[in-house]
Design a protein around this ligand. Structure first.
Ligand SMILES: [Fe+2]
Length: 287
């Protein structure tokens, strides 16, 4: 798995290059060249406004200055009392939209993730429903009486009712509610005691170039639902799962040819709605 971490480091309020130690302040000015006294006047970098919120650093990369209404994305679950949050940052060699496609259609669980969390019946059982709320696209899948996931953590090997509520929020956010409850206890509406896995997760597909993407992730759980060891096991498993996705999508990117005709299947409904929304928003911004 490739980390998207920079090779430089933050020293005080400044950023120090990991190569020769050149140090830049918050305005992008070079304030130190360790090997000499004179600082070349052109040694500066472009600064961007940033804001820290709910465990993420949001970077404002536009040419215009942020206005009052330009707030960073709000994911309150990452800073909510009673919930624990775990983060990850990856980088993949693919168009960011392929990552959003992947997250809009979780029927890939039984195939891409067959060695980790994949469980039989996800693709075959249940029907997805696609809704639009303004510019948001929401895919809901409820699967009854299928094989469980995360048995090593939950200790429950009976069949479960599984839910996936996937919300695409333009331009690049995917909020997921995913969980399992013991079969027949109410699924998403089951009592907490019957819920085995219950997570709210945010995935951010930030384009870096046309064919590379930063993949930021945070997952939240009720803090009393698992021991620290169980939480760590789920986190480790999930990093394997994210890596499986990154490798699959990189494979798609290397084979993608815009001249090939695309064939849609019914599970693509959410992705098609997402792509149509994105295209419209991008056209509106360019107009
Ligand atoms: Fe996946």
């Amino acid at each position: 798995m490739k980390s998207s971490a920079s090779l430089g480091e933050v020293v005080g309020d400044n950023i120090q290059c990991g190569y020769h130690g050149l140090t830049f302040d918050q305005d992008g000015a070079c304030i130190r060249v360790p090997s000499q006294k004179m600082i070349p006047p052109d040694a500066c970098v472009r600064p961007y406004p940033v804001e820290e919120k709910q465990g993420f650093v949001h970077v404002w990369a536009s040419d215009r200055q942020p206005a009052a209404g330009d707030q960073p994305f709000d994911f309150p679950f990452a800073a909510m009392e009673g919930l624990n949050a775990r983060y990850a940052a990856l980088n993949g060699k693919f168009d960011y939209r392929l990552l959003i496609d992947n997250l809009m259609d979780l029927t890939h669980l039984g195939f891409t993730h067959k060695n980790t969390i994949g469980t039989g019946g996800v693709a075959e059982s249940g029907k997805a429903k696609t809704d639009r709320e303004g510019d948001r696209v929401i895919v809901t899948r409820e699967m009854e009486n299928i094989a469980p996931t995360h048995v090593e953590v939950t200790g429950y090997s009976g069949n479960v009712d599984h839910w996936q509520i996937i919300e695409f929020i333009p331009p690049c956010f995917i909020s997921l509610q995913v969980g399992n409850a013991k079969h027949g206890t109410g699924g998403f509406n089951a009592d907490d005691k019957d819920k085995l896995i219950n997570r709210r997760t945010l995935h951010i597909a930030t384009p870096e170039t046309d064919t590379t993407t930063h993949y930021f992730w945070v997952s939240t759980y009720p803090s009393d639902a698992m021991t620290p060891e169980q939480e760590q096991t789920i986190y480790d498993r999930t990093l394997e799962v994210l890596d499986e996705d990154v490798r699959m999508i990189e494979g798609q990117q290397t084979r993608y040819d815009p001249d090939f005709a695309m064939i849609d299947i019914s599970e693509d409904a959410g992705q098609l709605a997402m792509r149509a929304t994105l295209e419209r928003l991008i056209a509106e911004e360019h107009a």
